[in-house]
Design a protein. Sequence first.
Length: 214
Amino acid sequence: TWSTRPQRILRAVQQSATRGDPRSVVRAIDQFCRHKEWAMNVGDEKGCILDSVVSELNPSTVLELGTYCGYSTVRIASLLPPHAKLITLEFNPDFAAVARQVIAWAGLQGKVQLVEGASGDWIPKMKEQFGVKTFDLVFLDHWKDRYLPDTKLMEECGLLRKGSILLADNVICPGTPDYLEYVRNSPRYKSQYFKSHLEYTKAEDGLEKSVFLG
Ligand SMILES: O=C(NCc1cccc(CNc2ccc3[nH]ncc3c2)c1)c1cc(-c2ccc(F)cc2)cc(O)c1O
Ligand SMILES: [Mg+2]
């Protein structure tokens, strides 16, 4: 049986990265995806913008929607303060299986709770299942047509507080037009676009950072 692209990414991490060294895991994935096979990680250019938002915010509770191979999970978790928690949701079991091993290789399994399932099912259960009150930061990187419904669901479930940050990947490519229109025109958000490029390419893409105003 042939390996999948996530399995080839995991092999690259195990062959090129140092156990317990998150930066070497990030570097190994970027090298593989730049020189061997493109994959839909947020990548190093947008990843640096992600890093600066996380470092500036110093969040205690983070939700990531869309784990894939755990690349952005490792970037975020490696910057969190000691008692902070990152919950990451992944619908695809094959992606989740690889991500668990990538996160473990980075030595970050103690900071990360990977939950398998769909955002629409899990967001309403966050408080009761994980003892979450509100999220300081949400990184949206899952199915692009779920960004808007899931944002409205998080509002309805009281998971956002005054100052919570939504950081959305791919707002240009593949694009999330309904989400962008909502956060840019709603009086309940202050939104800012960080222009960048689609991971490992010259195509335009960017991150939208939106502060919930309560
Ligand atoms: O589509 C994308 N990513 C999302 C995605 C995609 C597939 C499967 C999953 C399954 N995971 C999943 C699903 C539903 C879920 N609900 N809650 C959690 C959860 C998790 C997720 C994407 C595409 C491109 C891209 C592709 C091609 C191209 F030419 C240009 C750009 C670039 C990206 O950076 C991208 O992020
Ligand atoms: Mg993405």
